[in-house]
Ligand binder design. Structure first.
Ligand SMILES: Cc1cc2nc3c(=O)[nH]c(=O)nc-3n(C[C@H](O)[C@H](O)[C@H](O)COP(=O)(O)O)c2cc1C
Length: 206
């Protein structure tokens, strides 16, 4: 018989490390660029991140605390998502440094910027895919009693999508080709996505 470690999170996990983000893993990284109303640029990674709808394309990231990215999105209604790849893993990590709102994480991480076409925040140069997004909902998360948490879910609609054409093979986007970085658990685990791990499985009704 399988032995399970059962716990009720409200009472603690009784393990050396909280296993949650090692279990729901690997997670894609929302590398989010924003601008403050005064024009200060901001860039930060969020691994509580995903695509949550096709049409229109909606993406969401969640912030533990009211961080600069959330404040900027609330103030301007805009953000850009940039695909984080192995080639820029260190810079992505560097852009997570807790620095004052007026510090430009593009400069801090030594990244060049590309202008966006439909929104103010810049794109990360060298990132092979970027989504230009408009805020659709900013939701304060709650616990089961309806108590407000200092956790913020930002949902945005991608209104402009840039894809490095070298990531396309006969028009098909090749997920592993840009070598995306995804987040595992603990303080430092990441997973790279590689083509040799690909397998195919059709839905029963396809
Ligand atoms: C890979 C990675 C993933 C992260 N994911 C999140 C996340 O999902 N939510 C969050 O609040 N912070 C997350 N962080 C920490 C933020 O990036 C960090 O607090 C950053 O300073 C926030 O920047 P901002 O204040 O400019 O928005 C993550 C950091 C790294 C390196």
């Amino acid at each position: 018989m399988t032995e399970y470690h059962f716990y009720e999170p409200a009472d603690g996990h009784r393990l050396p490390h909280d296993p949650l983000n090692a279990i729901i893993a690997p997670r894609p990284i929302g590398w989010i660029s924003t601008v403050a109303p005064n024009g200060a640029r901001n860039l930060a990674p969020y691994s509580f991140f995903n695509l949550i709808n096709y049409r229109p394309p909606l993406i969401a990231f969640s912030s533990s605390g009211w961080k600069d990215s959330v404040a900027n999105v609330k103030a301007t209604g805009e953000f850009v998502w940039n695909l984080a790849t192995m080639a820029q893993a260190d810079q992505m990590n560097m852009s997570s440094a807790s620095v004052a709102a007026d510090i430009d994480e593009f400069d801090l991480a030594g990244l060049d910027a590309l202008p966006s076409l439909r929104v103010k925040p810049d794109r990360v140069a060298g990132s092979p895919v970027q989504f230009e997004c408009r805020l659709t909902q900013l939701i304060q998360l709650e616990n089961k009693e309806g108590g407000e948490l200092d956790q913020w879910l930002v949902i945005g609609e991608a209104i402009g999508i840039h894809i490095d054409t070298s990531m396309l093979e006969n028009g098909i986007y090749m997920t592993a080709r840009p070598r995306p970085v995804t987040r595992g658990g603990g303080p430092a685990d990441y997973f790279e996505i590689t083509q040799d791990r690909l397998f195919k499985m059709k839905r029963p009704d396809d």
